[in-house]
Design a protein around this ligand. Structure first.
Ligand SMILES: [Mg+2]
Length: 380
């Protein structure tokens, strides 16, 4: 069915999908590795979508997968890509529905919508470029910069000396907060590491911890109590990501805010989390929930409950979305994706700054092209 009318001025004529394997400089471990549930992470599978139009515009989007799922996301994207051709690229909500119906039998969450996310992000990039605006401005920004904190320096494979050096380096580089991973089998090791970082960075710098879902309820209660005096900005994923009720109990019993949501892959799951009162700080991830269109729904829901927002990973996308959130949010700093793009975000004074470049403000680097393991093109 065509819905084109006098308001339609452009159409999608080309879609290019590429699968890029991003190597990580060191093997990464969080609590999931310590509990034996996962192996250390050595690479990130990136899914890029480049959408071109009759009018000569181009949008770039990406999604990603850690440890497994990259080839599956790519395969699903290739299967559903043809439904984009001929559509008005501005009709993003309609296109999202079309894409999800094209793969309806594999569901409306998880890998299927993560494949759609690459297209959805590319369409928002394209729309903002058409308007000549940074994406945050197209959405309606509340601010031109967002508080940022570093995560990449605080993983569990790193000895405490290295964590302290990285924390100091991040603060020197203008980053406003430090998050470290917890979840050692021995709680005392976690507490000693958190205290050491607090001592190193001082009371003026924001500090968070992340247990990556690996505590049980009694351990989480004990650790939340033990961590109270350290004035943390939040405790992240103390429990299994789907234990909304358990998170709600922690959020109501302790003063330290509880943050979670990164593992959820649909608006429906976020709705359940938020209704349960499981998060003081909601941590949606645009690539994981199906793109910006879905992320905006989570954002509206979080706002309606007066919750705080701290999107997970993918700062290149999330700076724009966080800038458009009503309450002062946090964006997570990882330098991992830096080699994939020619442009990099400016950081100073504890904040990450929006660039004046239209759209997401990124172009795919030659290095990313060199790391491409599969690509497919579709033309109208
Ligand atoms: Mg986390």
């Amino acid at each position: 069915m065509t819905t084109a009318g006098p308001a339609t001025s452009d159409r999608i004529t080309g879609v290019e999908i590429s699968s890029v394997t991003l190597p990580l400089p060191t093997a990464i471990s969080d609590a999931k590795v310590l509990t034996g549930r996962q192996k250390p992470m050595t690479e990130v599978a990136m899914l890029f979508a480049e959408i071109t139009t009759e009018g000569g515009l181009e949008g770039v989007g990406f999604s990603y997968s850690k440890r497994a799922g990259g080839p599956g996301q790519y395969a699903h994207a290739c299967e559903i890509a043809p439904v984009l051709l001929g559509e008005d690229p501005s009709d993003i909500a309609k296109i999202w529905d079309k894409l999800v119906w094209a793969g309806a039998s594999v569901g409306r969450s998880g890998l299927s919508v993560q494949a759609i996310a690459a297209f959805d992000v590319a369409l928002w990039d394209l729309k903002a470029k058409r308007a000549g605006l940074p994406l945050a401005k197209l959405l309606g920004a509340h601010r031109d910069s967002v508080r940022c904190y570093n995560t990449s320096g605080g993983f569990l494979h790193a000895p405490i000396g290295e964590v302290l050096d990285r924390a100091a380096e991040s603060v020197d580089n203008g980053i406003g907060g430090i998050k470290i991973k917890v979840g050692h089998p021995d709680n005392a090791t976690d507490l000693a590491r958190v205290r050491a970082v607090r001592e190193k960075i001082g009371d003026g710098v924001a500090l968070m911890v992340d247990a990556n879902q690996q505590w049980d309820r009694p351990t989480a209660r004990r650790m939340c109590r033990a961590l109270e005096p350290l004035d943390l900005v939040w405790i992240e994923e103390p429990l299994d990501a789907h234990d909304f009720e358990g998170h709600a109990v922690l959020a109501s019993h302790f003063d330290t805010p509880i943050a979670t949501g990164e593992m959820l892959t649909s608006v429906a799951e976020h709705t359940e989390l938020i209704r349960a009162g499981g998060a003081d700080i909601v941590q949606p991830d645009a690539p994981r929930v199906g793109g910006i269109t879905q992320f905006l729904k989570v954002m509206a829901l979080a706002d309606s409950r007066n919750l705080q927002l701290a999107p997970h990973f993918a700062m290149e996308i999330h700076i724009h979305l966080a800038a458009a959130y009503a309450r002062e949010p946090w964006v997570e700093h990882f330098e991992w994706l830096d080699p994939l793009f020619d442009e990099h975000l400016e950081i100073s004074g504890g904040r990450m700054h929006l660039s004046p470049r239209p759209g997401l403000g990124v172009t795919i680097s030659d290095q990313a092209r060199a790391w491409t393991v599969a690509e497919q093109q579709f033309h109208a």
